[in-house]
Design a protein around this ligand. Sequence first.
Ligand SMILES: Cc1cc2nc3c(=O)[nH]c(=O)nc-3n(C[C@H](O)[C@H](O)[C@H](O)COP(=O)(O)OP(=O)(O)OC[C@H]3O[C@@H](n4cnc5c(N)ncnc54)[C@H](O)[C@@H]3O)c2cc1C
Length: 391
Amino acid sequence: MKDTQGIAPEEITDQCCDVAIIGAGPAGASGAAVLAEHGRKVHIVEHEPFPRYRVGESLIPHCWFPLDRLGLTEKLDASGFTVHKHSVQFVSTQGVRSKPYYFFQHADHPSSRTWQVVRSKFDQLLLDAAVERGAEVSHETAAKELLWKDGRVTGIRTKSKGGQERILHASVTIDASGRDAFAQARNRWRVPDEDLKKIAIWTYYDGALRDPGLDEGATTIAYLPQKGWFWYLPLANDRVSVGIVGERDYLYKGTREPREIFEREIDAQPWIAEHLAPGKPTGEFRVTSDFSYRSRYCAADGLVLAGDALGFLDPVFSSGVFFALKGGVLAGDAIEAALAAGDVSAKPGLLGQALTHTGRHRHAATLLPRRAPQADRRCGRPAGRPRAARP
Ligand SMILES: Cc1cc2nc3c(=O)[nH]c(=O)nc-3n(C[C@H](O)[C@H](O)[C@H](O)COP(=O)(O)OP(=O)(O)OC[C@H]3O[C@@H](n4cnc5c(N)ncnc54)[C@H](O)[C@@H]3O)c2cc1C
């Protein structure tokens, strides 16, 4: 690890905040909302124009708790882009449906009714909640580099769509960059899951069948003969999200054309074939692969990883958004405690203690000051007064 070098001072402005956040997805927005509520100066950089598309529409009951913390459960119900999800059900390779697993039969709590969401709108709602609490956002601006000083992350270098570069000094940085996994990629922290080398292919249908009554919003997992499965998620406006997850060798046998693979597998799964039959395909197929991985470290001094930037498990449990929301909230509270104590070291500081259950921390003990200052010294100046960065 070396201090940041090679930046031409005259081309770059600089700015200060308590917490810089890379990515405005569920992890970044929930972390930002919590920290802004604590009164911290939070700055998010997001490189895609919002609202932006994301896969991952099926929430799980435990999402209720972070969403309640952010005051969003009623807003979600009133939003018009959700469908209530009471259960998950499984379909055998022969097309036989299991008895639905109703969440309310296992927990008498508002969380037992969850949602299928349109992610572009859901993620915008979360980001709005962060902004309402005072978080600032640089839209269409990418994080380009983590800034390190004496083994501690001190912020990020960013670049806007228009080409303007900036040094964003921060006492703590949250990497919430999703599957781009910014810190993992730059530090070689990525550990792929060799047992979960899968491919996902998915699309959307309008007007496909929904089961009646309480089961209307159920998540259905329909098995394929060779260790693969379909997801089938009824969304708002009569749209269904439907996708396959399977082994690469199996799915790519004979063809690599997503539409052909999809149609072949629909023919192999009678429940899916029957439910899609009256629907109209939207026609666009999306593909992703090798999506299960984790980071070797969950934090470094001045840096916390949250959501998919920390790790991602196969989507079979619909757990991704939950981990992102919960991780963002936990990171927000841990960072607040660390800032209040003036110690943002990953270990043995408060940040490290609060994150101990999520994984290992990167801590170069011999290189580090015992106590990091509450705010980076360069941030003592009034915010927003640009100054050339030091080379
Ligand atoms: C096939 C598949 C199906 C899935 N299905 C489900 C499901 O049904 N339910 C579920 O809960 N989850 C599901 N998931 C997982 C879900 O999509 C993710 O877990 C969730 O989006 C993670 O949220 P996040 O905030 O960590 O990342 P994201 O939602 O990906 O947000 C990260 C943000 O960071 C931004 N960003 C990235 N790099 C930079 C940069 N350098 N500078 C600035 N901004 C940057 C991106 O533009 C993005 O907006 C699925 C995933 C896959 C692959």
